[in-house]
Each structure stands twice: as C-alpha cells, then as structure tokens.
Design a protein around this ligand. Structure first.
Ligand code: FHN
Length: 446
C-alpha cells in the first residue's frame, strides 16, 4: 500500500512537472484537509478585507513604510484607532449579498498591529485603542451564523516587532534597536496563530504574507504549518510567498494575476496541478483604504476576472479596504451588490465548477461540472463561436439566461456554437453545453 502511494505521489509530481524534493507532498494530507481543499475549489469567490491602523491615513496599508513613519509615531497613531461604526453583521450581510463563500481578513499586517485581542503583545486593538473590542471575534461569530468561512491573513513580515531581526528587504531606520531574537519572533507568531486557531471557532485557514521580505530566513515553516494542522485539521495554509508550493501548504495563491501570469511582477509562472488555486485582486488599485484611489474596476471587468479565474480553475479573492470608522465605501458596496446580482443568475456556471475543456482564450473561458460545460463568452463580436473538440459528444446546448436552444455544429475537428446577440447588460453570455460524457479539464494554457 505504501509503495503504491509512493508511486502515485511520484507520478503526480512528475505530471505536475515538479521537482520531487520541493513539490507538494500528497501522501500525508489528512482527510479533513483534502475535504477542505475540495470545499475551497468549489467556493470560487471570496472577499478579501485589508483593515487596520493604516486605514486612518487613507493611503493604503503600506503607509508606515512609504512615509517612513517611526515606530513611536505609528504607536501613537494606533492609540487613536476607534472604528466606532464597525458592524460585523453588516459586513457579513454585504458578503452574503455579494455571493462570496469565504472572507479573508487581515489579523496582522506588515505594520505589526494585531487586529485581535492577543496575549502575545499589548500592541493590539483591544488593549491599545479606545475601541477595546475584538472585531475579529465579532466577525467570526457573524460568519459562523451566516455559514461563511473565515480565513485570517497573517503577516510574517513585521515593521514593528523588535525581534524581527535581522530585518529584510523592506527595512528602514524606524527607531527599532539593531538587534533582536529571531527564535523569540517565531515563538511570538506561533503563539498568535495558536490564539487565532483556538479562540475563533472553525477557521477556514491562515493566509500568510510577507515571507518574501526575507525568503531565505529560517522560517521553520514545518513547525508552524504542523501547528496549524494539529490545532485545526481542516484549516488550510494559503501562502502568498510567490514561490512554488511547499509541503504543508494547501492552496497556491496568485496576487493581482490569474494563475501562471505575472503582470504584477510578483508571481511564479509555475501552476500547481494538485492544489486549489486562487487569485487575489484589488477592486481599485489599493488593498488598504485609500481615500484618493478612485480607479475602481467596472462590474463588467470584475465579472471577467471571476469568470477567467474559474476558467483557470481558480477562486477570485476580491479585496475591499474599509474606512477607519468601520464603514465600507459605496464604490465597494455597489460593486459587490452587482456581482451578487450577477451570481444569482449565472452562479451555476461558477460555483462548484472546475476549469473546462477549453483553456481560457481572448473571447472568454470554459468551466465544467460533471458532464456539463459552461462556455463563457465575454468578448466575441461574431454570431458563431468556433471551439476545439470538447472531448465528449454534445447532447444539447442552451443559453443559461432564458434557456433558448443554441444551434450547434459538431465535427471531428471542433464545435461551432450559434450565439445569442450580445447585450450591454450581459457581460458574460453563458452557453450551457450538456455532453454525453465527462469532458476532460484542459491541462494546458491555464
Ligand atoms: O505587501 C502585501 C500587500 O500589502 C497586500 O497585503 C498584498 C495582498 O496580496 N500582499 C502583499 C504583497 O505581496
């Protein structure tokens, strides 16, 4: 049995083009994690929330670094943080209207300020600010009540903690002593992760970020990942380290790019063949609240990202940056409501799907569930759409919205669909193609 498993593992690694030493080990993953990975791959749409002390300056979550704010001055800023209008139930209601299946929120960003009550440092929202509440607890309760999974973003990079030493690529002289104890820093992080995984009920997973600041440091990931999986066997480790996945990691996430693309300059071109995938995306150009950034993507563009992510076998983790008082700007809420309205009609072609038999193209993408292929036509001016063979015979095809029959010509070299006319109110014309077998997912060009 073990030999068979080892052979299957090696075969999977080779099929994925991975070097066995570095690629994801598939032989020791607990059943709960495998189930959680399947749940994640089905979920398809998540809400990312960047919120913290930095929101007060309205210039994004990197403001401490960008303006070279000293630790002592940022500590003072933190004493004034009082998001009196924060309403976890309202946030989760918005997430539900948007149709997201999970929320990933910053529990601690690179500024080192903990947005939850922690015994590991007084530098946290409950002990350091007049707010005194634990917003992550309130959010966890609201998420559990609504059936939405909650993931905690957790920065491994820290611009405040004295033991984040030696410093990494983003260091500047901000008033910290030029010494520190790295093992104490690792113990601090593990203590906080233990709190996050024992005090907030079921957690979807931990979304790590910032390791890229000093990628070669002794992070002792095996210990940290082992801790997470021991405390909550169904919690997923989602590392935003921009590298190939390592053992113990559950999701490969890409930043501001679809899997395999690297327009943002962060991502590896390697795409895991085993793990669920995710793309994180800003709705304007900023993660944290930025009062002057009005470059919001249109609903049509956002639908396009959701569809192309699904066509690549990935989830879309779409970001909002709430205001410092706890409210969410209308640009975010309007777009989330529109996406929810779109998903109410077209969600069956997104949720629970896998990438389809035709890899994403300029005109759009395909998804599939069982023997049904969803052809998402985002941008195609002609009345006929030619496709390569779908890998199974077609039984019937119809337009998702309105159910009109779609004429199909099927030959040995491909399939041609007669499309309904494009309309301004429909960013994605979805053709449902029911086949007589289970068409293989595309493996190339995702
Ligand atoms: O530096 C962070 C950034 O602030 C933000 O959190 C994004 C989200 O994917 N990740 C980092 C950059 O890789």
């Amino acid at each position: 049995m073990n030999r068979l498993r080892a052979a299957l593992t090696a075969a999977t690694l080779l099929a994925a083009g991975g070097a066995p030493a570095r690629a994801q080990a598939v032989d020791s993953v607990a059943a709960e994690r495998l189930a959680a990975r399947r749940w994640f791959a089905d979920a398809k749409f998540g809400l990312f929330i960047h919120w913290g002390v930095y929101s007060q300056l309205g210039a994004g979550e990197w403001v401490m670094h960008n303006r070279k704010i000293a630790v002592a001055d940022y500590e003072w800023l933190a004493t004034t943080f009082n998001p009196a209008k924060f309403d976890a139930v309202a946030w989760v209601a918005l997430a539900q209207r948007a149709g997201v299946r999970y929320i990933t929120i910053t529990s601690r960003h690179h500024d080192g300020f903990s947005m939850f009550k922690t015994g590991a440092t007084r530098y946290n929202i409950a002990d350091w600010t007049p707010f005194r509440r634990d917003p992550l607890h309130e959010l966890a309760d609201a998420c559990h009540a609504a059936g939405i999974k909650l993931f905690f973003y957790y920065s491994q990079l820290d611009w405040h903690h004295p033991d984040y030493w030696p410093r990494g690529g983003t260091a500047w002289n901000n008033g910290r002593p030029d010494q520190g104890d790295w093992s104490r820093y690792l113990a601090f992080m593990n203590a906080q992760l233990t709190e996050l995984l024992t005090r907030y009920g079921d957690v979807g997973g931990i979304w790590f970020d910032g390791m890229w600041d000093k990628p070669d440091a002794p992070w002792q990931l095996d210990t940290t990942y082992g801790l997470i999986h021991r405390l909550q066997p169904g919690a997923l480790v989602v590392p935003n380290h921009h590298q190939r996945p390592r053992p113990g990691e559950d999701v490969q996430t890409f930043e501001q790019d679809l899997p395999g693309a690297n327009s943002a300059g962060f991502n590896t071109s390697y795409v895991s063949g085993d793990l669920p995938l995710e793309t994180s995306l800003t709705m304007n150009g900023s993660w944290g609240f930025n009062i002057t950034d009005k470059e919001f993507k249109s609903v049509r563009t956002l639908v396009g990202y959701l569809v192309r992510a699904a066509g690549n076998g990935a989830n879309l983790l779409l970001n909002i940056g709430p205001r410092p008082d706890g409210t969410i700007s209308p640009e975010f809420t309007a777009r989330l409501d529109s996406l929810g309205a779109w998903l109410a009609v077209y969600g069956s072609a997104i949720y629970g799907t896998r990438r389809g038999p035709v890899s994403p193209r300029g005109w759009g993408a395909t998804t599939r569930r069982g023997d049904t292929v969803f052809v998402h036509v985002l941008d195609w001016p002609d009345p006929l759409l030619p496709l390569p063979p779908l890998g199974a015979r077609i039984r019937t095809a119809y337009v998702l919205r309105g159910r009109a029959v779609v004429p199909v010509v099927e030959t040995a070299v491909g399939v041609t669909l007669a499309l309904p006319p494009a309309s301004a109110d429909e960013p994605d014309r979805v053709i449902v193609v029911v086949t007589s077998g289970s068409p293989a997912s595309n493996r190339s060009g995702r």
